[in-house]
Design a protein around this ligand. Structure first.
Ligand code: FE2
Ligand code: FE2
Length: 499
């Protein structure tokens, strides 16, 4: 279909802006949506995306990607992989689809914001492809889990999760609404595409693909790596906009957006990807630990990228690096303990071999998180499973909307970071979480966390059952131990031998 070679027209079409005559420029690009920050139109025309693509090429490549992923799925369907897979891996799949599929669809509207309102024509052009990418990601990640809905209603949460008040869904929506649904086009390009997509989607879509390939789940490995190739392209919208902001003296604004979005992304990944990689994925299939993946993708690559652009390492970097050793262990312990409140079955991942692995990857694990698991294990061995289930609710952070955790045992550092603002007391899980709130209190102040709603009497009856009903979790949907406590048998034998 192409008559001209791409190089003959691309630069012209990519920089096409025009002077509106029926409306003013401000009416065409309201500041609240475009976020041009007073930088004139012609400066935005300098937007130069590193990854160039034209529509004909886009359609051809996407068609190949889609047919690749769907044909791998079709070819492997008869092997009944999911039926025979380790239940911990199945939980990874269920958690992933519920947390990711519908937000991908929402990301399409974030892309649409740039496609319509960015004053950089190249940004608008790239974002149109981004919209089509995110539509594909939403569709394919709803289609793949759908075939399993007859096995368990938990699979249905691929579609259902984001439409409920389940606590993880609340946390994910709070984050994604902040990054991509309620910001101007330029902020979306920086907070969503640069900080979240270049920084973190690599972790979920390439790191987890490595684990999937190890686990023999070629359908999932193929699916998510095909998604990441799109992310790698449309994530490049933030960089050129950052360059324009920096050239126009707006480094402080740019840095703040990166710092907020990066921290928020990290917290979400600590509860989602951390447990998947270090606890749910069967030991023999773990490509690397969560911390090693983070060191490779985030510390190594993302830090270099922000320096190349001329930005600084976020101010809380030391705390972030330290948190790589701890936060996700606390999140995992909490998710397993409050297991009826999630739509997947958390795998404990604390058999003796797994504990050896954890101790090797995270020296000191046995003395800290291990000591909490010891209590759980003793209760299960003693036949008192009722003592391993929740009777109370955890303290929830008013920024991340996930539990406030820290290191248990001798290195105890669990701490609330409170803030009184306009007569209301807010609680945060860390200094950076509180700092994010302080950057724009008017943006966050009205939100009620799950606990705030509980204390306000919005959840009735005020007990676990009331909470589960409020979260939309019915029997058959709420989580339980992935392996039905089979791993406890080893400890029983051990104890019998000892006595
Ligand atoms: Fe996506
Ligand atoms: Fe994306």
């Amino acid at each position: 279909m192409g008559i001209l070679d791409r190089s003959e027209y691309y630069d012209l079409t990519r920089t096409t802006n025009w002077s509106p005559s029926y409306v003013t420029e401000d009416e065409l690009y309201p500041e609240s949506m475009s976020g041009s920050r007073g930088i004139p139109m012609e400066k935005w025309e300098a937007f130069d995306e590193p990854y160039k693509v034209a529509y004909g090429e886009y359609v051809m490549t996407q068609r190949e990607k889609d047919s690749g992923a769907y044909s791998v799925k079709a070819a492997l369907e008869r092997s009944n992989f999911v039926e025979n897979a380790d239940p911990g891996w199945v939980s990874t799949l269920k958690a992933h689809y519920g947390a990711i599929a519908v937000p991908e669809y929402a990301a399409m509207t974030g892309e649409a914001r740039m496609a319509r309102f960015s004053k950089a024509p190249g940004n608008r052009n790239m974002a149109v492809y981004g919209m089509m990418d995110e539509t594909r990601h939403g569709q394919i990640q709803l289609y793949f889990p759908h075939e399993h809905t007859d096995k368990s209603r938990q699979w249905d949460w691929a579609h259902k999760a984001m439409h409920t008040n389940e606590w993880g869904a609340l946390a994910a929506r709070h984050f994604f609404d902040d990054m991509m649904m309620t910001r101007d086009a330029i902020s979306v390009s920086i907070m969503l595409t640069f900080a979240f997509e270049t920084g973190f989607t690599n972790m979920q879509f390439l790191g987890l693909a490595a684990d999937a390939a190890e686990a023999g789940d070629h359908t999932f490995a193929n699916l998510i790596s095909s998604i990441q190739t799109d992310e790698a392209r449309h994530a490049q919208q933030g960089g050129p906009n950052l360059k324009i902001l920096l050239e126009n003296g707006m480094k402080e604004d740019a840095q703040r957006m990166i710092d907020v979005s990066f921290w928020r992304s990290w917290k979400l990944f600590s509860v989602l990807t951390g447990p998947m990689m270090d606890y749910y994925t069967p030991l023999e299939h773990r490509a690397q630990s969560f911390k090693e993946f983070m060191q490779e993708w985030i510390i190594g690559q993302f830090e270099r990228q922000i320096h190349d652009i001329g930005l600084d390492t976020p101010w809380y970097w030391d705390e972030f690096v330290r948190a790589l050793d701890e936060t996700h262990h606390g999140m995992h312990l909490g998710v397993w303990y409050w297991r009826p409140t999630v739509w997947w079955n958390p795998a404990a991942g604390v058999s003796p071999d797994e504990r050896d692995w954890l101790e090797e990857k995270y020296p000191g694990w046995n003395d800290s998180w291990g000591s909490c698991w010891d209590v759980i294990i003793d209760n299960l061995v003693d036949g008192k499973p009722e003592l391993t289930g929740p009777a109370t609710l955890p303290m929830i952070c008013n920024m991340s909307n996930i539990p406030i955790v820290g290191t248990p045992g001798p290195g105890w550092n669990v701490k609330d970071y409170p803030l009184e603002h306009n007569g209301r007391l807010y609680h945060f899980g860390s200094g950076p979480d509180r700092w994010c709130f302080e950057q724009e209190p008017e943006r966050y102040q009205g939100h009620l966390s799950f606990i705030d709603r509980f204390l306000a009497g919005q959840i009735q009856p005020m007990d676990l059952n009331g909470g589960l009903a409020y979260m939309g979790l019915s029997p058959g949907e709420m989580g339980d131990d992935a392996h039905d406590y089979a791993w406890v048998a080893h400890y029983q034998t051990e104890q019998r031998a000892a006595s």
